[in-house]
Ligand binder design. Structure first.
Ligand code: NAD
Length: 140
């Protein structure tokens, strides 16, 4: 990982934070793209990385995060599209607003993240594998 540049959405907390810490410990430059500026800024300082305040449900935010990664480190090798929320609404408490908020983060955020990261780290490039998380394997 030494010298690689990795952007992690939702990287300020939970699984994303653990991913950021692991990547940084392995020598990668980390870019934390998250809504939570307080945690993200602290973690970036701790890991020697960059925090970019990002709402993954907003196209422009994803593009800005990828652009800032390239501006800061000259490249972008890895994009971990981890940001997500537990929407949890059923038939009785369904509202279009809750549905859109969940889909905006969990679905649009992944599509926009691929779109934003793609010029720097094209997913169809033979050197850029599409990595899926394997719950049985704790390595990054
Ligand atoms: N924890 C689990 O058991 C579990 C199980 C299955 C799937 N997942 C998925 O794994 C991912 C991480 O889960 P977690 O438990 O670490 O979540 P978490 O709530 O602990 O952390 C999520 C992070 O994403 C950020 N975030 C939320 N919405 C965002 C947005 N719109 N834009 C940018 N950042 C945003 C939050 O600020 C937070 O830092 C999520 O996509 C979640 O759905 C988690």
């Amino acid at each position: 990982m030494t010298g690689r540049v990795a952007l992690v959405t939702g990287g300020a907390g939970g699984i994303g934070e653990a991913t950021v810490r692991r990547l940084a410990a392995q020598g990668a430059h980390v870019v934390i793209a998250d809504l939570d500026a307080a945690r993200g800024t602290l973690l970036a300082r701790e890991c020697g990385g960059l925090f970019v305040r990002t709402d993954v449900a907003v196209v422009r935010d994803n593009e800005r995060a990828a652009a800032q990664a390239v501006a800061e480190y000259g490249r972008l090798d890895i994009v971990v599209l981890n940001a997500g929320i537990a929407g949890r609404c059923g038939l009785s408490d369904f509202t279009p607003q809750r549905y859109r908020a969940t889909m905006g983060t969990n679905l649009d955020g992944v599509v926009y993240g691929i779109h934003a990261g793609q010029p720097a780290a094209p997913v169809d490039h033979p050197d850029v594998p599409l990595v899926r998380h394997d719950p049985q394997d704790s390595t990054v």
